[in-house]
Structures are given as structure tokens and as C-alpha cells.
Ligand binder design. Structure first.
Ligand SMILES: [Zn+2]
Ligand SMILES: [Zn+2]
Length: 452
């Protein structure tokens, strides 16, 4: 048997530009091809992927998040002519995210024609269906419980089973029941390690707080701002709010790319892609989809002139919730809302996602009351914030006990940690040491997966 190696082009002891080459003497498979988003700077490409692009047999994408998918169109420019495998929801979402990337960063990494070339070569597969990716190698997508269409990738490499988790969540969330496991024990597990020493509470407990606060703030005629990631978290927040009848009379305005992602989500409300529990909850509420609820209102439906619509909302006396991008306040409509509503101490802004160091969101999260807005419009302005800040500890990633569980349940003898910071990885290694000895890998250095 040949040795099978992994080479990471990013996402070793950090989160960003996930891209991993798995190869033996005869085959080369690329898992993910993402960008590293850096606050206030240009995004970074995975280093080294150009050297192998032409030689790849197949490219598989675990899910749509830009840190796993954002550099994929460049592979076409680098001479890769094969197929790109992903789930159908991932295909729908990446198309929008890639177009959005072109708007934000232009053709720095790849162009519209690269995007077109790649898009025509995407082959989609459902969860739990094997497909061939090279001679003697099959792949299978397994539900990751992370965002719509997110998959773990199981490779059957001439009889050796290699499981790459992509991003996984172990918790029951509004749309999923946590990650699933392959039907057989695997030989190798390559797992994300985003959450180490951070306790992830059960969703239901956080949801209760969010709903209660939303009610209290809005019944006094004040506004609750919820900056959210367009893909994943915003749908979860909207579902949590939509399924609370106590909020039926509270308008929930939705701004930014979240509306597009809601529309994509509506196409996948079957037990093939979301949990039965979610579908039952919708049924009990008499809804076909959560976003059709009357109090959920896209801001652009108020006026095509979105700036006027935002001004109107901010100036009105009604209590309301505004769910908008960007999740880390690095641009997007949230800047306008903060400008219009941030000086009022009766309003509240609730953080529902991780705030990366260096982002405007992180500054506010850490207590800053004077921040610079509109940097991406070229007309920056410093403003004082008086609104209250609330923190809701949601996470799209597995808790450390969920990571321990997958190490046990997968049966893997060789385990590797990727996609997390060093401190968390150290913590995880310590936490699981009675059941597993997960190892780290170095960037751009081939590490043997099998044949050790
Ligand atoms: Zn992700
Ligand atoms: Zn990720």
C-alpha cells in the first residue's frame, strides 16, 4: 500500500484558507479551497495550491463559507480541468458568495470567467451517497450540522477511510440535529478544532434569553439590532424569533444579503437537508417556511431605495428588531443602523457570533464606545455609541465534548486537528488525552496520514 499524505495550504493552527491536499503516489485530491479574511486588509490565498492545481484528480468543497470555498475559482486559472464536487445547497450559496466577493475585492484572486468555468464543472451529490473521485477512490458527503448543505467528506481511499469534518456542530440547532457519523469506523479523522476552552451552551437556553430580551426592548418602542452572518446564523436567529408567538406583533426587519440566503434556504426545507424536528416545528406553527411569517419584513420591500427605508425604520416610533449584515460590523447596512440608532441608550445591539480580533465588532464587543464607521465607503466617520450591548454565545462549531465524541465514535486511530487556534488545540489535546492523541500539522509540509 502507498503512503497517504496530507498537505495543508492554510487552516492549521488558525481559522482561514482551509485547503488540504490528500495524495498518494498516484492520486491527488483537494479538500476545500478557501480564503483567509483579515480585518481591514485584503484576503489571503492558500499558499502552495497553485503548484498542484494542474495535477489534481478532483476538488471537493465541504461547505459554502468563504474560508472553505473562496479561492476555488482560481483553480481554473491555474490549469485544473476536472470537476468540483459539493452539495446542491452549497452550489447555490457559493455562487452568491463568489459574486459578492468580486464586488468586495474585484479580480484580485480570480475573475468572472474563472467563476463561470468552475460553475459549469460543479457536480452535486446528496448526503450519504458514494461517488467516484479518482481510480480506486470514492467520496461521500455526511451531514455536518453546521450550515445549509454543509458536509463532512468521507474518502474511501483504496479501502482506507479518511474523514475530514470541514466545520461541524454537535449541538441541536434550529435547522439541524448536530453532525452525523459515517456508517463504518474510519482510519483517519481530520477534524476542525475551533472551540477549545470555550463552553458552548445548549441553544435552547440562549434562545430563551434572546426572545425575552427582544420582547422587553421592543414593547417599549425601542430597537434591537442583531448584526448577523448572512449564511447560517441569521437564518437561525430569524427562525428562533419567527417561532415565538409572543413576538408575532413585533416587526422583524431583514437587511443585506440575508434575504438572498433566506430565499435559497426556502428551497431546501425537506428532511433531505434539514432536521425532522425543524419541519415539525414549522408545521406546528402553520408555516411552510419560517421567512413567510408576516412580521418578517425584507427592508427592500419597504422601498427600493434602501437608504431611505433604513432612515424611515430608524425614525419610526415602533419597537422593532433589525437583523442585518455584516456579522462583525466590518461594513454592510449595520453601519447605517448604528449611525442612526447607536446614540440612543434605550436601544440594544446583540452579538450572536464570534467576533474576530481586529474587527469593528470585536472592538464594540470588548467595550469600545467610540468607533469608526463607513470605512468601506471611503467616508469614514467616528461615532459615539450609547446603545446597550448584549452577548449571545451562539456557536456554529462543535463544543469540545462534541469533538471528543467524534474522536471516540469515528473509531479513528490517527487524528489530526486543523482549523483552530493553538491555544484551543492544546486544550483539546489535554481534554481528550484519555481517549485519543490528536496531532497538529504544519502548513505546506506533507504529513503521513496512513502508513505511519
Ligand atoms: Zn463554516
Ligand atoms: Zn470554517
Amino acid at each position: 500500500m502507498n503512503d497517504i499524505n496530507i498537505t495543508a495550504y492554510g487552516a492549521t493552527d488558525f481559522v482561514g484558507r482551509s485547503s488540504f491536499l490528500i495524495n498518494d503516489r498516484d492520486h491527488k485530491i483537494l479538500l476545500d479551497c478557501g480564503l483567509e479574511l483579515v480585518p481591514k486588509q485584503k484576503s489571503r490565498a492558500p499558499v502552495g495550491v497553485h503548484d498542484v492545481a494542474r495535477e489534481l484528480d478532483s476538488v471537493l468543497i465541504s461547505h459554502a463559507h468563504i474560508d472553505h470555498s473562496g479561492y476555488t475559482p482560481r483553480l481554473s486559472k491555474e490549469g485544473y480541468k476536472g470537476n468540483y464536487y459539493m452539495t446542491q445547497p452549497t452550489k447555490d450559496i457559493v455562487y452568491r458568495l463568489w459574486l459578492d466577493h468580486l464586488k468586495i475585492e474585484g479580480r484580485r484572486h480570480w475573475s468572472e470567467s474563472d467563476l463561470d468555468n468552475v460553475f459549469h464543472k460543479i457536480k452535486t451529490h446528496d448526503y450519504n451517497k458514494k461517488f467516484k473521485v479518482a481510480d480506486g477512490i470514492t467520496a461521500e458527503f455526511i451531514n455536518a450540522g453546521h450550515i445549509l448543505g454543509a458536509a463532512q467528506i468521507l474518502l474511501d481511499w483504496e479501502g482506507q477511510l479518511i474523514l475530514y469534518t470541514g466545520d461541524i456542530n454537535d449541538r441541536v440547532t434550529p435547522m439541524y440535529d448536530g453532525y452525523e457519523l459515517p456508517s463504518e469506523k474510519v482510519d483517519v479523522l481530520i477534524t476542525e478544532s475551533t472551540n477549545g476552552d470555550r463552553y458552548v451552551p445548549e441553544r435552547k437556553k440562549i434562545d430563551v434569553g434572546l426572545r425575552l430580551l427582544a420582547k422587553q426592548i421592543t414593547e417599549k418602542g425601542n430597537k434591537m439590532l442583531l448584526p448577523s452572518f448572512a449564511v447560517g446564523r441569521s437564518q437561525e436567529i430569524l427562525i428562533t424569533l419567527a417561532l415565538d408567538n409572543d413576538l408575532d406583533n413585533v416587526p422583524i426587519y431583514v437587511d443585506g444579503m440575508i434575504n438572498t440566503m433566506n430565499t435559497i434556504t426556502e428551497h431546501y426545507l425537506s428532511d433531505k437537508w434539514v432536521s425532522r424536528g425543524f419541519l415539525e416545528n414549522l408545521n406546528d406553527a402553520g408555516l411552510n417556511n419560517p421567512f413567510e411569517k408576516q412580521n418578517i419584513i425584507p427592508v427592500k420591500s419597504i422601498s427600493e431605495k434602501t437608504h431611505q427605508a433604513r432612515k424611515y425604520l430608524a425614525g419610526s416610533k415602533e419597537g422593532s428588531i433589525i437583523v442585518t449584515t455584516s456579522g462583525m460590523i466590518e461594513g454592510g447596512p449595520i453601519h447605517t443602523y448604528l449611525d442612526l440608532l447607536g446614540a440612543n441608550e434605550n436601544n440594544v445591539m446583540g452579538f450572536s457570533g464570534y467576533q474576530v480580533a481586529g474587527t469593528t465588532g470585536r472592538k464594540i464587543f470588548d467595550g469600545a464606545t467610540n468607533v469608526r464607521l463607513f470605512e468601506d465607503y471611503g467616508k469614514p466617520r467616528d461615532i459615539d455609541l450609547a446603545l446597550k450591548i448584549m452577548k449571545f454565545p451562539y456557536s456554529g462549531h462543535s463544543s469540545v465534548d462534541g469533538l471528543k465524541q467524534i474522536m471516540i465514535d469515528s473509531g479513528a486511530k490517527n487524528i489530526f486537528l486543523v482549523h483552530g487556534d493553538k491555544r484551543n488545540q492544546k486544550y483539546i489535546q489535554e481534554y481528550v488525552k484519555d481517549v485519543a492523541k490528536p496531532r497538529l500539522i504544519n502548513e505546506n509540509t506533507p504529513t503521513r496520514l496512513i502508513g505511519v
